[in-house]
Design a protein around this ligand. Sequence first.
Ligand code: IMP
Length: 429
Amino acid sequence: MPNAVIVGTQWGDEGKAKVIDYLTDKSDVIIRFQGGSNAGHTVIVDGRKFVFHLVPSGVISPGKVCVVGNGVVVDAEQFLAEVDELEAGGISVSGRLFVSDLAHLVLPYHKALDSASETGLGAGKIGTTGRGIGPAYADKVSRAGVRAGDLCDWELFCAKFRDGFSVAKRKVEALHGAAFGLDEGEILERYRYIRERMLPFIKDTAFYIFEAERAGKRLLFEGAQGTFLDIDHGTYPYVTSSNTVSGCACTGAGVGPLSINHCVGIVKAYTTRVGNGPFPTELNDATGEALQREGHEFGSTTGRPRRCGWFDSVMVRKSIQLNGITRLAFTKLDVLNGLDEIKVCTHYEIDGGRVEQWPSALHRLDQVVPVYETLPGWKSDIRGCKKFSDLPAKAAAYINRLRELCYGVPALIVSVGPDRAETIEVDPI
Ligand code: IMP
């Protein structure tokens, strides 16, 4: 398989982990390049469920090397908890899991800042995952961050930690008027132990990836969140604090653009979103509740219920433009099994005028009226289908119509259930 990057085309939670798992089989090195433990990737293998927040989900495949790239913000405690869980489950990561020395650390004071800032915003809050992501990226960009490589020099780490801690304390107490509640000495004591455990994982991963590619290894870049949570292209300010589009794989892993040959866009057969912000095709009715129930639409990081709505082709077309998508991977088609009819948003209207392109300005998005086409439901269980031709004609027609609305991009797979085996391969790369 050529090198590929996987991205979410909607607001995250598209079922990326399953597609990553499918492509991991054909790859050698799997690399996370942005985000942090705000991600929640769930993979089910033989009925056993694994949830990853930081460690690339490819790690469950024996012998594959996994990299947490420089563009990720790393909560070392969360990282080690995942390592412990994997090892307890009989999956050894020793010598095949690395963290970039340039990756910034999410420290306990970033979480305190995240929570204080959300409280301060009141009704206008973003609805973050509370994992300290925004404040960690803010420190990175303002050149006040602490990097994984700093752990190699304990005195240096302590000095940088103390600086960050005191600034965060002042912000939380003075700016937000909240109690800080963190003890510097206690955290540093914990980090003395965390440091010992982290050191074997820390590496110049950009060089490792370069050498792996030169040796003919196949690279898979694992995106987190989704295109519309991108800090530039998403529904700003209701976004995460990293670039989630495919181009970020280059900066977040340290490779050039020619190292990536394919971009796989993950598309849920309907739409969901967690947190606040606009959602043109949202369903605040019994159908929305049915999608939430049938799709188990509850966040794997926070447990929050996900808002649900119809498939929005305007969004996915924009994703194709932004990411250079060469294959679409359709997920959760089986969730629609019970519906009599299914709506698909083909375009929007604003003041009666036709709008084909995603309006990026939030005030314009608030004005859009989605225009739907109605397709018949297939009303049968498709979980046992092994080939595209096994699908009921109406289910196949649904996928074909979505593809047609999405520039005719070929389908990589259609997922018809959560298990690894419940995957229909359509047009492989
Ligand atoms: P943050 O990334 O925790 O700062 O949260 C910012 C926004 O991104 C919130 O609306 C979150 O719900 C959303 N978000 C962050 N990570 C994910 C994810 O992995 N899936 C879906 N939404 C996410």
